[in-house]
Design a protein around this ligand. Structure first.
Ligand SMILES: Nc1ncnc2c1ncn2[C@@H]1O[C@H](COP(=O)(O)OP(=O)(O)OP(=O)(O)O)[C@@H](O)[C@H]1O
Ligand SMILES: [Mg+2]
Length: 276
């Protein structure tokens, strides 16, 4: 469980997080959303102790991050940075992804099997012997992701995982994230990608100017146009469509393309049967 209690944080006297209170239970799927500079990255850097609260506390499975080392917290909380270049340093993709497992002392055979599985899953197998710095931005991002996911942390925190990923890679990423969550991992993503959130259906925490603006299910939060715009996000396309058809009786909280399709189909069929 990740508990954030009365958290305030300042960079050199400049307060950027104000009284944040959040409880994230084991196995939950959370999206933290909000405008540029809202404090999302600053908040999640508290989850593995990279930053310590100026006031208040953060507890990981009951242990305060003030009392634990970043190394021990990182075994529990795998954090993938927004910018992969802040994370990558090895000579080859294989070595990069194997690094944490080697550090934890896993047998070489287990490491090889696990690294190859992750590389395969994230479409990186053919780059195993390539330098991570020779890869494209989207590929480097996936290497950073693989290097954290390989050691299978209990809580996974991904800062802007979809940036630079094409449609096909996003789809694979979504399936993988959802699968990890279904298997019991806590997943926390920081993202501006409303369509990705609609597809993944997490609980949403909206952060604005260093404070929590709202918290709730993805459809509750993302169908509230006022709230969404206050957090500098764009409402999901299907939500906008259904909202514009509100006068015809459509539900603006329908954000999913398949639900929208079935609502429209139902209406068309009932109109057809009336005209017969
Ligand atoms: N190392 C730092 N030193 C000083 N100020 C910082 C530092 N990192 C971030 N800030 C400031 O703290 C505030 C919150 O930044 P943060 O990176 O947490 O925002 P964010 O919500 O992740 O934004 P984005 O969507 O652009 O990634 C911003 O005003 C930023 O300028
Ligand atoms: Mg950020």
């Amino acid at each position: 469980m990740i508990e954030v209690k009365g958290l305030y944080f300042s960079y050199d006297g400049n307060e950027v997080l104000h009284n944040i209170n959040i409880t994230i239970h084991d196995g939950e799927f959370i999206a933290i959303m909000g405008e540029n500079g809202a404090g999302k990255t600053t908040l999640i850097k508290h989850f593995n102790g990279l930053l310590k609260p100026s006031k208040g506390e953060v507890l990981i499975d009951g242990v305060s991050t003030r009392e634990a080392t970043v190394a021990s917290l990182s075994r529990k909380v795998g954090l993938v940075f927004q910018n992969p270049d802040h994370q990558l340093f090895s000579e080859t993709v294989f070595q990069e992804v194997a690094f944490s497992m080697r550090n934890y002392g896993y047998p070489e055979e287990t490491i090889r099997r696990r690294v190859n599985f992750i590389l395969e899953t994230l479409d990186l197998r053919s780059y195993a012997e390539t330098s991570p710095f020779m890869l494209s931005g989207g590929e480097r991002k996936r290497v950073a992701l693989a290097s954290i996911l390989v050691s299978d942390p209990k809580h996974i925190v991904l800062d802007e995982p979809t940036i630079g990923q094409d449609h096909q890679q996003k789809e694979k990423l979504k399936n993988f994230i959802v699968q990890m969550n279904t298997q019991g991992r806590t997943v926390i993503i920081v993202t501006h990608d409303v369509e990705f959130v609609v597809e993944c259906r997490p609980k949403v925490i909206l952060l604005s100017k260093g404070s929590i603006l709202a918290e709730g299910s993805y459809d509750e939060i993302l169908s509230d146009e006022d709230l969404v715009r206050r957090a500098s996000l764009v409402p999901p396309q299907i939500g906008l469509l259904m909202s514009s058809l509100r006068d015809l009786g459509f539900n603006p909280a329908t954000l999913d393309v398949y639900q929208a399709k079935s609502a429209i189909e139902k209406r068309l069929l009932s109109n057809v049967s009336k005209t017969l």
